[in-house]
Design a protein around this ligand. Structure first.
Ligand code: CA2
Length: 143
């Protein structure tokens, strides 16, 4: 069965626990539960990985080679800083979609820049959990 990797970056484990004004009450467990249900419908396997450490995310991307057919990534704050994650995605060339829960373009200016989008198929921002679900549908249809 095809396998999609869902990668979440720093502090996403805190969703729903703090700052519900920006990210709502949804938790990472809720996101993973919804994706698991959709994956069943789409007949695709999903693997989840969340880390607060840039190097661990780079390692996970590198280790995906020949095991994973698509990546959904919310790099969180590393979106705006990480050339290392961008280079890792670029080096493996597995189809990737970038997701953000919030609309990063209506927030602080430092969030407007993504180092990641240029090495992805595209970016979804501001649609909450639905962004992850649409990304799974899209990546499954492409691979
Ligand atoms: O909107 C998104 O999905 C973000 O990737 C979320 C990141 C943020 O740094 C990006 O600019 C946009 C933050 C992840 C969650 O951070 C929390 C902060 C406080 C309380 C709970 C979560």
């Amino acid at each position: 069965m095809k396998k999609v990797l869902v990668l979440n970056g720093p502090n996403i484990n805190m969703l729903g626990i703090r700052e519900p004004a920006i990210y709502g009450n949804i938790t990472l467990a809720d996101i993973e539960k919804s994706l698991t249900a959709l994956a069943k419908e789409l007949k695709v396997e999903v693997e989840f990985f969340q880390s607060n450490h840039e190097g661990e995310i780079v390692d996970k991307i590198q280790n995906s080679l020949n095991k994973i057919c698509g990546i959904i990534i919310n790099p969180a704050a590393f979106t705006h800083t990480s050339i290392a994650i961008r280079d890792a995605l670029s080096s493996i060339s597995i189809p990737t979609i970038e997701v953000h829960i919030s609309n990063i373009y209506t927030r602080e200016e430092f969030r407007h820049k993504s180092y990641i989008t240029a090495v992805t198929i595209g970016q979804i921002a501001g649609l909450g959990i639905d962004g992850y679900l649409f990304a799974l549908r899209k990546i499954t249809s492409l691979t």
